[in-house]
Write a protein that binds this ligand. Structure first.
Ligand SMILES: Cc1cc2nc3c(=O)[nH]c(=O)nc-3n(C[C@H](O)[C@H](O)[C@H](O)COP(=O)(O)OP(=O)(O)OC[C@H]3O[C@@H](n4cnc5c(N)ncnc54)[C@H](O)[C@@H]3O)c2cc1C
Length: 595
């Protein structure tokens, strides 16, 4: 797509990066009357956000309140205090918790972005004081992509391997319909309707338009920005900051027409999505990646640490004191024989598939090369990988295998492998999926100790029938259980929704390696997300948001949505700061949250 000329070359706010971290500032600033340019490095806007689940952790949000879930600010504050320990920054946590509800309210009332509730979604660690069993998150509501007009075509599509022929599937009820499509008439009807519309979209628009999850989030944000005459320019990486003394006054964009100097009267926001694909920084910050290559992030390939380097060039500091520098997740490497528009994955390379759905379902275990389980597979993706790191002896690669039987894979799929009626043969042929008619045969195909694997499965099956995981406590928290499948477990006479025996061959496995959903370590900022210099002083005109801002969770992962929730909320705060307005008295907000 050719770049429209930018007239004038001056604006109030220049945002670098077009994920939630960037667009949230841009939309709010535009609604506050500021002129905004969003510069995106690649040919498509949306970043990792467009591939994400689109869930945002926002305690005390209006959708929860309307459903009667009322909580005092001290409850989520207490949860964060206990979860983050020494990394807990009360002032920052309060700023986030106080502004989150107002942010949601603003979008609901004044923009194209709408939400669905997460009132049944628990925090990750139900035993921690202050944990909630629901009401602390929201997700972007489905969005009709046709509302974007021509800008539908440079919206980054969802990661192909997470879709059905390019069609995104929303978590929760919609996903259940897809699992049940061959078993329940209502689900078959639902899925048929979706697919018919998708085929029509492909014929008419050359891509899906029933946008869900992170794709709906980016689409809603983009529509809201364009409605206020904000601009998103693609193929325009920022390569250098412009400065007047210490103050940051703009940036140089490398456009197809050549370098373009953009002056930003109020400030520049770095939102380039952290460093998931910056080998140098990964080598420095991730102990499990000694050369920087042993970390296969599922984040956008274009997130190569540019924002952090730009920040450092102006005196900013990247924090090195986080408990964990990345939002860890199990990732499998999916062979590709062709490229897909907008995802920057090499045509003959591997897609990085994040395993977020199937680990807690009854009938799957994760084992190491000795064939042993090492953690509670139903825990969060981050905790599972922390468990793998802890269980891996020094010098060994932290790798694992997800193991299941035939019934499981045909019902739920496994990683990129889709459930029945879609065939398994392509995945067996390209080596992504391993198969054995017996457990021993499967172990041999994977290079796992066969005796170890057989004895692990025998023990696991006994525990599954009993309903208690005495080894790792699978199914003991509300989060575990909601990730499981109570309906299917009950139908099979099982009492633990996360455990079912692995019994009828053939057996299957997919290898998972260390990966992430993004990075946590970013630029040190103050409560308004202004980038701080080595003396803890704000650098005038420079802000960071999204994963370029060091995570307020300090390297902990207390709940789903803890990157997009803060990204959306601090985007709202930054925009107000840029406009010189206290968000507590925002003209955008009719119902500011009270403590
Ligand atoms: C499969 C998956 C599911 C996830 N689900 C969730 C979820 O439900 N909830 C949640 O909270 N988190 C989730 N995450 C994590 C979350 O998506 C990311 O942490 C978040 O999107 C990061 O937002 P961002 O704005 O910082 O970066 P991004 O969304 O990645 O945007 C950064 C953009 O900056 C651009 N850029 C880079 N360098 C430059 C430059 N020099 N000039 C201009 N542009 C540049 C990039 O190309 C990119 O488009 C998920 C991640 C994955 C992979």
């Amino acid at each position: 797509m050719s770049l429209p000329p930018i007239h004038p070359l001056a604006c109030d706010v220049l945002v670098i990066g077009s994920g939630a971290g960037g667009l949230s500032v841009a939309v709010t600033a535009a609604h506050l009357g500021l002129s905004v340019v969003v510069a995106e490095k690649t040919s498509h806007y949306g970043g990792t956000t467009a591939w994400s689940g689109g869930w945002m952790w926002i305690p005390r949000n209006p959708l929860a309140r309307e459903a009667g879930i009322q909580e005092d600010i001290d409850q989520p504050l207490s949860y964060l205090r206990h979860e983050l320990g020494e990394r807990f920054n009360e002032a920052q946590a309060r700023t986030f918790l106080e502004n989150g509800p107002g942010m949601v309210d603003f979008y609901r009332r004044r923009t194209a972005l709408q939400f669905i509730d997460g009132n049944a979604i628990p925090d990750f660690h139900g035993q921690t004081p202050g944990a909630a069993t629901g009401g602390r998150s929201v997700c972007a509501a489905p969005f009709d992509g046709r509302r974007l007009g021509q800008r539908l075509y440079d919206l980054k599509p969802p990661l192909h391997e997470t879709t059905l022929w390019g069609m995104g599937i929303a978590a929760g009820a919609e996903l259940r319909h897809f699992f049940n499509a061959l078993h329940q008439r209502t689900s078959l009807w639902y899925v048929t309707q979706k697919l018919v519309r998708h085929v029509w979209d492909l014929l008419r628009y050359r891509r899906g338009t029933q946008l869900v999850n992170g794709n709906a989030l980016v689409a809603g944000l983009a529509r809201s920005l364009l409605d206020k005459s904000g601009r998103i320019v693609v193929n325009s990486p920022a390569t250098r900051l412009l400065r007047d003394g210490k103050r940051v006054t703009g940036a140089v964009l490398q456009t197809p027409e050549g370098p373009l100097h953009v002056q930003a009267r109020c400030g520049v926001v770095l939102a380039c999505g952290g460093f998931p694909h910056d080998e140098d920084r990964k080598r420095q910050r991730l102990a499990h990646a000694p050369t920087g290559r042993e970390h296969w992030s599922a984040g956008s390939r274009s997130n190569t640490g540019d924002g952090l380097r730009l920040g450092e060039s102006a005196g900013g500091q990247v924090r090195d004191d986080l408990t964990q520098a990345a939002a860890l997740a199990p990732v499998s490497l999916v062979p590709r024989d062709r490229s897909h528009p907008g995802d920057d994955t090499p045509a003959q390379g591997h897609a990085h598939f994040p395993h977020l759905i199937e680990r807690a379902k009854p009938g799957l275990i994760a084992v190491n090369r000795h064939g042993s389980r090492f953690t509670n597979e139903a825990s969060s993706y981050h905790d599972v990988m922390q468990g793998l790191l802890a269980a891996t002896p020094q010098g060994e690669a932290p790798e694992a295998w997800l193991i299941c039987d035939h019934d499981f894979i045909r019902f739920y799929g496994l990683g990129a492998v889709k459930p029945a009626p879609l065939p398994l043969t392509p995945w067996l042929a390209n080596g992504y999926l391993k198969q054995g008619s017996t457990v021993r045969e499967l172990a041999q195909a994977c290079g796992i100790d066969p005796v170890g694997l057989q004895s692990t499965i025998t023990r696991y099956n006994t525990l599954a029938i009993e309903g208690h995981d005495h080894d790792f406590g699978r199914g003991t928290t509300a989060y575990n259980r909601i990730q499981g499948d109570a309906a299917r477990a009950t139908a099979r006479g099982l009492s633990n929704p996360c455990m079912g025996p692995i019994e009828h061959g053939p057996f299957y496995a997919v290898k998972v390696v260390m990966g992430s959903l993004g990075t946590f370590a970013g630029l040190r900022v103050n409560d308004q997300a202004q980038v701080l210099d080595a003396h803890q002083q704000p650098i005038a005109g420079l802000y960071a948001n999204g994963n370029d801002m060091s995570s307020m969770m300090g390297g902990h992962y207390p709940a789903g949505g803890i990157t997009l929730g803060p990204a959306m909320t601090f985007g709202y705060i930054v925009a107000h700061h840029l406009a010189g307005i206290d968000p507590a008295h925002s003209p955008l907000n009719d119902s500011t949250a009270s403590n």
